[in-house]
Design a protein around this ligand. Structure first.
Ligand SMILES: *[C@@H]1O[C@H](CO)[C@@H](O)[C@H](O)[C@H]1NC(C)=O
Ligand SMILES: *[C@@H]1O[C@H](CO)[C@@H](O)[C@H](O)[C@H]1NC(C)=O
Length: 398
């Protein structure tokens, strides 16, 4: 089953999107014209407007999906006990009329490192932070709530964004175990926004937020065949999000990217330096104006094959790759193939490029400050976390 229903949002990337195995439609919601799985935000809003669907039904549909699929996939770490109440409120607001945002009544899953001041825990996948209490919602969560989105729950992630150890598999955390790629059970779901991507791909939620420091949105979006946007650092506020590296951290989205991006961009006094500068680049009138059916026409797209494809020897992957270039060409783009970039191996090596040394140095400073600002927490410093990991082997390896 190919997804073809999307003429606009993230159009290019969505052409590559293949659906998961056909999932069973929730009988209560099924109508001849509207299928929830793989539905876009735009289609869901249409169904709301035409009284084919309520936010409450949608949340219940996702809860059913989570109950049946999550024991295997482990993309969802916690379900929000307030989600149904939020959905009912969204339904009441819609019934009352008025101008609503594109994300109004839409269920959103948040990567576990994104702080929420509610029943949900914020733990980066680690037991060390279970029981910690954040002072307030992260800046991006405040914006989502203001937009009327329903916070469905927290997504699993690579524990501590993979900073705890480079050898921990992508998508693994102590609290939920190994997340599973819904397309290929033994396949790598990639991290660290693994649960955010897995959950959208398996129709356990409409849209999700992830975070990226170095590949943490792009890679899971790629591996789980969903659209991901890594915004420029500062376009979205990092305030209230468990940090790694202030120079590099950013909060983005792994599906229906344009609606979520519009809701979460902008200045935040709690992330002053970075968001002040970037706020000047948020386009007047938002991002939807740039979704164009013929957006590929006249574009030049460079393709750097080496070293990315050097080690790929799988005809399925190689055929799919060529097919995607063909989609660009058919859309009117000029594909400039076999580009070479000088020193690419140095640029791509995060140790040689300086990326990892900066990240490691900034992590200590950033995480200590985050932990100090928590209202309550079993750990208050990086040293406490390391001690927790040493003293609780059973809670660290699962
Ligand atoms: C948060 O963690 C506590 C402690 O383990 C747990 O009792 C609670 O159910 C968690 N919250 C959610 C929403 O899962
Ligand atoms: C690719 O795989 C084929 C068949 O499995 C093998 O014969 C060939 O040597 C491989 N090529 C490379 C470059 O690894």
């Amino acid at each position: 089953m190919a997804v073809t229903k999307l003429p606009n949002a993230g159009a290019i990337a969505r052409l590559f999107l293949l659906s998961t195995a056909a999932l069973i439609l929730a009988g209560a919601i099924a109508t001849p014209h509207f299928a929830i799985e793989e539905a876009t935000v735009e289609q869901i809003q249409q169904a709301f407007a035409q009284n084919q669907l309520t936010s409450k039904q949608l949340v219940n549909f996702y809860f059913d999906q989570i109950r049946s699929l999550n024991p295997l996939l482990r993309g969802v770490l916690e379900v929000n006990p307030d989600a149904l109440r939020q959905a009912e409120q969204a339904d009441r607001e819609r019934a009352a009329g008025g101008l609503l945002t594109d994300l109004h009544g839409i269920p959103v899953l948040l990567k576990d490192g994104i702080g929420t001041r509610d029943a949900l825990n914020t733990t980066c996948g680690s037991y060390a932070l279970l029981g910690s209490v954040v002072a307030r919602d992260a800046g991006v969560v405040e914006r989502l709530r203001r937009a009327g989105a329903v916070i469905l729950g927290k997504a699993s992630q690579s524990e501590w964004y993979n900073v705890r150890s480079f050898s921990i598999p992508g998508g693994w955390c102590a609290r939920s175990g190994q997340a599973v790629n819904p397309y290929v059970e033994g396949g790598n779901p990639c991290g660290s926004s693994s649960g955010s991507a897995v959950s959208v791909a398996a129709n356990m939620v409409a849209v999700s937020l992830g975070t990226e420091t170095d590949g943490s949105i792009l890679c899971p979006a790629d591996r789980n065949s969903v659209v991901g946007i890594k915004p420029t650092v500062g376009l979205t506020s990092r305030a209230g999000v468990i940090p790694i590296s202030p120079r590099q951290d950013t909060i983005g989205t792994v599906s229906d990217a344009v609606y979520v991006l519009e809701a979460i961009v902008g200045y935040d006094p709690r992330d002053h330096e970075a968001t002040k500068e970037a706020a000047g680049f948020v386009p007047c009138g938002g991002y939807k104006q740039f979704l164009k059916r013929d957006g590929l026409r006249g574009k030049r797209i460079g393709v750097v094959r080496s070293p990315f494809l050097d080690s790929v020897n799988d005809s399925t992957v190689l055929t799919a790759f060529e097919l995607h270039l063909e989609v660009f060409r058919r859309g009117g783009a000029t594909v400039v193939d076999h580009l070479e970039i000088a020193e690419i191996n140095v640029i791509l090596d995060p140790f040689k490029s300086g990326e990892v040394p900066v990240l490691m140095a900034e992590f200590k400073v950033g995480i200590n400050q985050y932990l100090e600002e928590l209202v309550e927490s079993p750990v208050r410093s990086l040293a406490d976390i390391i001690a927790f990991n040493i003293n609780n082997p059973v809670l660290v390896i699962r």
